[in-house]
Each structure stands twice: as C-alpha cells, then as structure tokens.
Design a protein around this ligand. Structure first.
Ligand SMILES: [Zn+2]
Length: 394
C-alpha cells in the first residue's frame, strides 16, 4: 500500500470512529494543535519499508504440541466435552499450512476423554493426538493420590498420549476445590500422578504462572495494560495469589523430585526471562519448553532468542495454543494466518512485523523480528523433538 493510501485509510478510520474524533483530527491538522485520541482508537501503521516474506507452509512437517480443539469444565466436575471444530475443518487448515499433527491437550477425563479420542484420534491416528487432564474436582477426596495415578493408567490404556496441567494448579485449584487456600504445585498428593506419567512415558505439558506483568498492578506502568484492561480476570495481582517466582520454584521442585518424568513447560516457562529459563534447563535435564503464544516475547528479543534456540535446539517444541473458539484472543485464533506468523518468525530474518493476526498487537504494543533458524534446528523444533517426546516415528 502506498503512503497516500495509508493516510486516506487513516482519515477514513478517524471519520468512522465518530464525529468527535473526526472533528478533533480536522482541527488538529488545521491549527497544529494536539489532537487527543483514546489509546484503544490508536492503530499506527508502520512506515518502515522492510522485507516481507510470505511463508505459506512450514518448511518441514509440523507437530503443533499445544492446541485446544476441545475443552471441558472439569474443575466443576464436568466430563462433558465441547468440540470447537470438526476434524474436517481442522484438516483443511492443517493441510494448507503443513501441520502433520495437532495435539489436543485439553482432551478431558473419563467419559469425556473417551469421546475426544473417539472423535479425533481414532478416525485420524496420523493427524490428531489427545492428552488427558487431572481430575481436579476429586482432588480433595480421600484416596485421591492413588485414584489420580490409576486414572492416568486408564487414560493411557484408552489412548491418551500425555497429560496437560493447566495453570489451574497454582492459581485456581483450592483445598475445597473452589474455596479455601490455593493448592501448591508441589503438593504431595500429585506425586503418584507425576511418577505414573514417567513410568508410562507420557509427557506432562505444564502451564505455570503467566506473563510477569499479570502479577503487577494494572496501571500506566504495566506493559500489558491494554490486554489486562480487556481481560481483568487474567490479573493475578494481589488477593492471595503467589508471586510468579513462588509458582516457578514450586514447579522446579516437582521437576527435581521426578527426574524420570518429562515436563514440557508451556509458553517457554517464563518467556521474559530467558537467562533464568536457561539456568533451569541446565539444572533439570527433564525440562523442555514449548513456544505457544510467546513469539511476541521471543520476537522482541530476537538475538537472545536465536541463541536460546541454538543452545536448547533439542528441547524446544513448536506450539501455538491455537483454539478454533472465538476470535477475542487473536494470538491464539486457529487458522492459516496464525500459523504463517509463527513460520515467518522461525524461518525468516524479516523485521518489525505483527506477532498476531490483529489490528492492534493484543499482548502489548510492539512488533517482532524473525530469528531465521537453519534447517537443522527448524526440523527439530517443528517436529523431531515432539516426535521423540511422544514416541512417534515420522
Ligand atoms: Zn493452552
């Protein structure tokens, strides 16, 4: 688009935004006065003339290790699954973008899990993989530790290939499920579950904590102000919430206690602090990371990220957190545009592009640069590392 077209578009957008902003803008240009503009109305277009590489398909087949095709409300005792798309709808996008497998991590428990496996994995064993989840709603029952370990065995027999531990553990689950003190991540009642997972070679995909800014006040200093303002329930500031570091340390104690269990720490574990994540990975050989919904972080520190990928090339998995449900979280909205941004980040040295298919960067107002990984690392990150962890031959 030429610059003049962009200006016209911008002027049209100002008019469309309403009479007040149109008027302010006209006055502003005529009299060279400041023109107030609400932050949420501001959609600056970059004037940089930089290379733009279109990566329609990944250079190698991809295992998306972190997706939510189905969800349930197990915390409130539900085995009922919600399916957000049909296999046919998913396969169309997978085929056009070179996704070989989607791992549906929130596959549910009990009857729900059986339904997920029957609808996704059974008819398409070479395209979908289903994980199970802990029975959070039973975690206050006497005998839970053994019950939970047994359920992992049952889920494995039913076809589940791994276990997803949502940030429910650490931030939502309480001693009386939804009331009482928060249950700690390293609570001993889960030890038999972690051990059983290791014995059955089922990887744990674990999401702990959240972006560091979610633990700070939602104020003018918060770099995720707009995101938190749009989703205030994502804030873990105050109340009885532990700090990011307390959550991280509890998870590390679990990793240390179960060295034969593979833990894939979702969202790069703590994507704002790669030096610290590196220390953890050096200390815990059973720790891997996955990159979903954090290319916004990785891509704004492209040189540090590239070094991180070089050093831990055997322990980084591709994932997106993609869900076909609702577009209000654009950085996770399943579709061709989402995957193409990830590929551009991993494969090219393009600079200053959007990390999500969205008019306004949804996680913070910055843009990212690609890290141009060589083929040898791309292959590992796209599928080889995940295939190893899942025991797949590809
Ligand atoms: Zn997720």
């Amino acid at each position: 688009m030429k610059r003049r077209d962009l200006l016209t578009t911008f002027a049209a957008a100002a008019v469309a935004a309403g009479p007040a902003s149109a008027q302010t803008r006209t006055e502003g240009s005529a009299n060279k006065k400041p023109c107030p503009l609400a932050l949420h109305d501001y959609e600056p277009r970059s004037m940089l003339h930089v290379k733009e590489t279109k990566v329609e398909r990944a250079r190698f087949p991809v295992i998306d290790f972190h997706t939510h095709i189905t969800t349930s409300d197990e915390l409130r005792g539900g085995e009922k699954m919600t399916f957000h798309a049909t296999p046919e709808q998913l396969l169309a996008v997978m085929d056009s973008t070179n996704i070989r497998y989607m791992v549906d991590v929130t596959g549910g428990v009990g009857k729900g899990l059986e339904e997920t496996i029957a609808k996704l994995q059974k008819p398409h064993p070479d395209r979908f993989i289903v994980f199970t989840e802990p029975w959070w709603s039973r975690s206050a029952d006497p005998g839970y530790p053994q019950f939970q370990a047994d359920q992992i065995g049952r889920a494995h027999a039913a076809g589940a290939k791994g276990i997803k531990v949502l940030k429910i553990l650490g931030l939502y689950l309480r001693e009386r499920i939804t009331t009482g003190p928060l249950v700690k991540i390293d609570d001993r009642r889960f030890d038999p579950m972690w051990e059983t997972a290791g014995a059955l070679k089922m990887p744990i995909g674990i999401h702990t904590s959240d972006p560091e800014a979610f633990f700070l006040p939602i104020d003018r200093f918060n770099e995720r102000y707009e995101e938190l303002n749009a989703h205030p329930d994502w804030s873990f500031h105050g109340k009885d919430f532990p700090s990011n570091m307390e959550l991280q340390e509890a998870r590390l104690r679990v990793l240390a206690r179960h060295p034969k269990t593979t833990f894939v720490c979702f969202h790069v574990a703590d994507s704002e602090d790669l030096p610290l994540v590196s220390e953890w990975m050096d200390r815990h050989p059973n720790m891997l990371v996955e990159i979903a919904a954090r290319i916004g972080e990785l891509g704004r520190q492209p040189r540090a990220s590239r070094k991180f990928f070089e050093k831990y090339q055997d322990r980084i998995l591709f994932g997106t957190d993609a869900s076909p449900s609702g577009a209000e979280v654009p950085q996770q909205f399943f579709g061709d545009p989402l995957y193409r941004i990830y590929y551009r980040f991993l494969e090219t040295d393009d600079e200053y592009f959007d990390y999500a298919p969205s008019k306004i960067p949804p996680q913070g107002r910055w843009r990212i640069s690609g890290i141009a990984l060589p083929d040898s690392i791309l292959e590992k990150v796209y599928y080889q590392n995940a295939a190893r962890v899942l025991g797949l031959t590809m």
